[in-house]
Design a binder for this molecule. Structure first.
Ligand code: 4AD
Ligand code: MG
Length: 462
């Protein structure tokens, strides 16, 4: 607010200030004989600003009753601190209690379990850990834009409401205004969605890729970055039903160019967060994941391992490891397999490419072997898949054949096929899961703890 100084700025002041005005929430209060220490936090920094409230303040009796969580405004002097751990503190000339709190405030000093904190998702950003997570989330979003803007990629806003199922997995949330108690029905007795709001079936998007492709085939290098939705019933620590995805799409770019860009992006983001959120990374390294700093360092230092799907399956078969799900050429890699490759075998991020066409969506380019497609997934330690992408099928006839194989009607995708009819080009892109990237840079192990208000099966409170 005008005239007020953030805690962050106050703490990095280069000189004493005669009259400073700060606002925030009380983290702790300690009373001594003639004054009280207050730790003030306003979310601008992990650090608190120490405020000294003397007993000559007119409302000192009220100050002595200030509880954790109360909001206050302080006018006073910023002076060098005698105490340890901080360079500046504020001697209050005037302290206004804006909103009191009491001992029912759930975020008392003692540590809380992540499960409990999820139940108070509206208050948890006031804790050190979650304040840090969400500051890093904000910075990460900024760094993503910076990466692409520096490279002249155009930011495209792809629609949230769409009629197509890009991934073909049928994990769609339907959008409808049809009265569920009295839906219009067609001759076959089924609900007639031609009478729905958009005169057709519509859903929340699972990916902005198809629309991004249209823009890449005009503006060359583009990216979309927004929320995506999947009605998959996976109650895991890495799946959410609403998550954000970064999807670059690049014309005149083949699979290698695509893998290079994904690797460059992941490294750029790690570097940016290390540089711009050092206090937060230090906190995560202390309290969340002791190996975080070393792991990030290690990832930056060397190229990601690249192997074909066939080689990956061979390694898994030869590993002698007992997996819950069987390993077999031609089937999907499960998360335990991905984690074995990246955590146990290569001990670094791994880019797996060239998956069997049967287990991948219709839009991926068919390789000359007729069996595999130009898919690529980036796997990282602790998480598994963080990026999924491919070179796209740019040949009209092959694409139409792929669609039929996937039981898709090419007529429904006329606009998408037009991109191949008129000036088609080799092009590629990928999706980076924003929350998974955030988990990777913070070491936070559950996706529910990097989203402000998580949506997972059976849970959409707040
Ligand atoms: O591999 P996916 O499904 O790929 C696509 O959607 C492509 N259309 C992207 C493209 O080529 N433009 O998803 C991409 C990434 C995954 O690697 C993962 O990081 C993340 O999105 N992701 C999820 N994150 C959280 N919760 C879920 N349920 C996720 N599903 C995918
Ligand atoms: Mg994938």
């Amino acid at each position: 607010m005008t005239g007020s100084t953030s805690v962050k700025d106050a703490l990095r002041s280069t000189a004493a200030v005669d009259s400073i005005y700060v606002q925030g929430w009380v983290r702790t209060r300690r009373d001594s004989k003639t004054f009280s220490f207050l730790e003030l936090n306003d979310g601008s920094s992990l650090r608190n600003l120490q405020v000294i409230a003397n007993d000559w303040l007119a409302n000192y009796a009220d100050v002595q009753r200030l509880a954790t969580g109360a909001s206050i405004a302080v006018r006073g002097k910023l002076i060098p601190s005698q105490g340890k751990g901080q360079s500046w503190e504020v001697i209050a000339d005037d302290l206004t209690i804006i909103g009191p709190s009491d001992d029912t405030y759930p975020l008392q000093k003692k540590g809380h379990t992540p499960e409990f904190l999820r139940e108070i998702a509206h208050l948890r950003p006031r804790s050190n850990l979650f304040g840090s997570v969400f500051r890093v989330r904000s910075r990460l979003a900024f760094a993503i834009h910076q990466f692409f803007q520096e490279r002249d990629f155009v930011y495209v806003h792809t629609p949230i409401i769409t009629a197509s199922d890009c991934e073909g997995a049928g994990e769609l949330f339907r959008i409808t205004t049809i009265d569920a108690t009295n839906p219009p029905r067609g001759g076959d007795g089924n609900i007639d969605y031609a009478k729905d709001f958009f005169a057709r079936s519509t859903f929340l998007t699972v990916s902005g890729q198809l629309e991004a492709e249209a823009f890449a085939c005009a503006l060359k290098n583009v990216y979309t970055f927004g929320p995506t939705f999947r009605a998959e019933n996976s109650n895991t620590s890495r799946h959410a039903n609403e998550f954000w995805m970064i999807e670059p799409e690049m014309a005149f770019c083949d699979l290698t160019c695509n893998m290079d860009t994904a690797e460059e992006l992941v490294k750029y983001l790690i570097r940016d967060i290390r540089e711009n959120c050092p206090d937060e990374i230090e906190l995560f390294g202390k309290f969340v994941d002791k190996e975080l700093t070393a792991r990030l360092e290690f990832v930056l230092d060397r190229p990601f391992q690249r192997i074909s799907y066939t080689e990956a399956v061979e390694l898994l078969l030869e590993s002698g490891e007992k997996f819950e799900f069987p390993v077999e050429q031609g089937t999907n890699l499960q998360s335990e397999h991905e984690r074995w490759l990246t955590e146990k075998h290569f001990k670094c991020p791994v880019t797996v490419f060239g998956y069997p066409k049967e287990i991948k969506p219709f839009y991926m380019r068919l390789n000359d072997d007729g069996k595999t497609v130009t898919a690529m997934d980036v796997l990282v330690p602790g998480i598994g898949e963080i990026v999924g992408g491919s070179q796209r099928e740019e040949r009209l006839d092959v694409l139409e054949a792929n669609m039929r194989r996937h039981n898709l009607d090419p007529v429904e995708y006329k606009w998408y096929l037009d991109l191949r009819r008129y000036g088609t080009v080799p092009h590629s892109g990928f999706g980076l899961g924003f929350e998974r990237m955030l988990m990777f840079v913070t070491g936070v192990s559950n996706i529910r703890d990097v989203i402000p208000f998580a949506r997972t099966p059976g849970s959409a409170e707040f």
